[in-house]
Design a binder for this molecule. Structure first.
Ligand SMILES: [Zn+2]
Length: 126
């Protein structure tokens, strides 16, 4: 080989899951960093960029999960808040309806009839 085109080997290390040991990368080196030669897979700057991209993706995913959990917690808290007022609201509606009925209007109207049915359903009557 002529000078300058000599093929250099990457000095990166590869983990062998089969043998449970590291061995030297067998690829040709094309990137020089810190006075050492690496292939495009093991160049420290490229490894760091790949790890940073993976970390950013993981961070974004974790952030989305945390926001999802926070949203679910907020929705559960809102549901609990509304549920805590349900019995009082039901009782107030029922009292108002009894008052309206006591006034002995000839026609209490469809919305009131629907409300009576809804309260009965909420109480388990229908
Ligand atoms: Zn390599």
């Amino acid at each position: 080989m002529s000078k300058g085109t000599e093929k250099r080997k990457c000095c990166g290390r590869v983990w062998s899951a089969v043998g449970f040991h590291f061995y030297e990368c067998r690829r040709c080196a094309s990137v020089r960093e810190g006075g050492k030669w690496y292939c495009k897979t093991h160049a420290p700057s490229l490894v760091k960029a790949k790890n940073d991209a993976r970390q950013a993706k993981w961070d974004a995913s974790a952030k989305a999960r945390r926001e999802g959990w926070a949203k679910e917690e907020a929705e559960a808290a809102e549901l609990a808040r509304r549920t805590s007022h349900f019995e009082g609201l039901l009782a107030a509606c029922e009292a108002a309806l009894l008052y309206i009925k006591a006034c002995k209007y000839s026609d209490i109207g469809t919305p009131i009839t629907q409300l009576i049915d809804a309260i009965a359903a909420a109480k388990g009557g229908k």
